[in-house]
Design a protein around this ligand. Structure first.
Ligand SMILES: NC(=O)C1=CN([C@@H]2O[C@H](COP(=O)(O)OP(=O)(O)OC[C@H]3O[C@@H](n4cnc5c(N)ncnc54)[C@H](OP(=O)(O)O)[C@@H]3O)[C@@H](O)[C@H]2O)C=CC1
Ligand SMILES: O=C(CO)[C@H](O)[C@H](O)COP(=O)(O)O
Length: 468
């Protein structure tokens, strides 16, 4: 009955379901019933045993508790109280590997375990979140209609909830959703910083720029709330709210997991990685405090007009955002192959169209791309997206070049551009790295002109040997 659980319970009740509710600390349950008990049919319980006893069979028990140890603790307490055929649904931000482990262990008791991503924050949970369930297809048959009823609806009326695949598939997709969320937020932050430092615009003016952008191709929840946050004035000081907030970004772990998992899968999610490291750097007070005044550099403003500059930043933001999404989908595809999930690539973007934090107008276009050609090597290979990033090129380069010359850090914009340039390069310096690896470790290399694996006798006469 913390923020997500209580709002989701109210959402179920608003849809006509009778909802049994329980929280480890009973006061939270009492508060929720006192504040919202009249909104629907609730059965409050002060012990887990009473909670379980009040459920219809087969029982469906949904957890919205702290991910990690909290989730394990509740499952351990819940399993002995349940029977074969019952179902545990974990809606928290669990690591997909934990979900795979929990699913296997709970299945031994004949109990279904559904790990599901839930996104939309406090408001989404109440009014309709994007729901990303994994678990067995059998469990989705009975659970799906309930989750679909309370989920957000896409502009075409489709529920933003669908079965993504077995065991950890749902939580994996939610994890990548959060990784993309990190990237999106970092890119927006960089756009703000460029306009603020590079064009001397005030937060309220930048809020207007974001409001304007929200009417175009960048239309999204995160752009919308950015305008709200930038337009907000601190009541106590009368200063822009953004200027009174400590500039250290928090993180609960999902961005880090996305990057760690991508490293294991060998998928370059550079935008998500830069965004995650940027949060860590902002919070690294030892280094930031310790180096204050020691590091030198420029502090320049653009010579472009604010309108021209904002137009370039908008294009760079959109192109970098497309790169981040392309990388996220690459990670989902790689994990689907690795774990045998068989995820339909068109589904995540379809489920993200409404309700979730990264909801955006262009998710409809992404869904259409994957639906018409699921075998594309990358989202960037879709002609419509290739056209956008290609056309953004000159503005993107002007922004990154300006940022470097002006001393404004843009790790998201510049890493996205480097990714784009790497992919379009016919030759990469990886050939030299292969030579170095062979030199110091006899790691061998392949040649461009003939088949086989080769090694050069670097410490001897430098003759080349065909190894296989
Ligand atoms: N907040 C958000 O915007 C979103 C959150 N999520 C995920 O949803 C879940 C709930 O999030 P949120 O509402 O923010 O709350 P928190 O993540 O802060 O979790 C608090 C809840 O977990 C319970 N809890 C913690 N440890 C235990 C334990 N050992 N045994 C029993 N209960 C325990 C708390 O009970 P008690 O009151 O007794 O301490 C409380 O009900 C999390 O997994 C979160 O990652 C997903 C999407 C968005
Ligand atoms: O899952 C969410 C949104 O989709 C949660 O709000 C999550 O807490 C966001 O991650 P972080 O706290 O690391 O910024």
């Amino acid at each position: 009955m913390a923020v997500m659980g209580s709002n989701l319970a109210r959402n179920f009740a608003h849809h006509g379901y009778t909802v049994a509710v329980y929280n480890r600390s009973p006061q939270r349950t009492r508060d929720m019933i006192a504040d919202h008990g009249s909104e629907g049919d609730f059965l409050p319980a002060e012990s887990l045993a009473d909670f379980v006893a009040s459920l219809e069979r087969p029982r469906k028990a949904m957890l919205m508790v702290q991910a990690g140890k909290g989730t394990d603790a509740v499952i351990a307490e819940l399993v002995p109280l349940l029977e074969e055929g019952d179902m545990i649904i974990d809606g928290g931000n669990a690591h997909f590997a934990d979900t795979m482990r929990r699913e296997a262990s709970v299945r031994e008791h004949g109990i279904h375990f559904v790990g599901t991503g839930v996104s939309g924050g406090e408001e989404g949970a109440l009014k309709g979140p994007s729901i990303m369930p994994g678990g067995s297809a059998e469990s989705y048959e009975s659970l799906g209609p309930i989750l679909e009823a309370v989920s957000a609806k896409a502009p075409d009326g489709t529920p933003c909830c669908a079965h993504l695949g077995p065991d950890g598939a749902g939580h994996f997709v939610k994890m990548v959703h959060n990784g993309i969320e990190y990237s999106d937020m970092q890119l927006i932050g960089e756009a703000y910083d460029l306009l603020r430092r590079g064009s001397a615009m005030r937060p309220a003016e930048i809020a207007d720029v974001f409001t304007d952008w929200n009417a175009g191709e960048l239309e999204s929840y995160l752009i919308e709330i950015t305008a709200e946050v930038l337009g907000h004035t601190d009541a106590e000081t009368g200063r822009p709210f953004v200027d009174v907030v400590v500039d250290q970004a928090g993180q609960k772990g999902t961005g880090r997991w996305t990057v760690q998992t991508a490293l294991d899968l060998g998928v370059p999610v550079t935008g998500i990685a830069e965004a995650t490291f940027a949060r860590a750097l902002s919070s690294g007070t030892v280094q930031r405090e310790g180096l204050k005044g020691l590091l030198d550099g420029p502090n320049a403003e653009t010579t472009a007009t604010p309108k021209e500059f904002a137009s370039d930043v908008r294009k760079a933001l959109y192109a970098s955002k497309i790169v981040a999404y392309a990388q996220g989908f690459d990670e989902i595809r790689a994990a689907s192959a690795e774990y045998g999930w068989d995820i339909d690539l068109g589904l995540p973007s379809a489920l993200w169209r409404s309700g979730c934090i990264i909801r955006a107008g262009f998710l409809d276009d992404i869904t259409k791309v994957w639906r018409s050609n699921p075998n594309l090597p990358s989202l960037l290979a879709a002609p419509e997206f290739a056209k956008i990033v290609n056309e953004a090129g000159p503005a993107w380069r002007r922004v990154v070049a300006f940022a470097a010359s002006a001393g404004i850090p843009v790790p998201g914009f510049s890493s996205a551009l480097a990714y784009f340039d790497s992919l379009r390069s016919s030759r990469l310096p990886a050939a030299l790295i292969q030579g170095q690896r062979d030199f110091f470790g006899a790691h061998t290399y392949k040649r461009t002109d003939k088949d086989g694996v080769y090694h050069t006798d670097w410490s001897g006469d430098r003759s080349e040997e065909k190894m296989s």
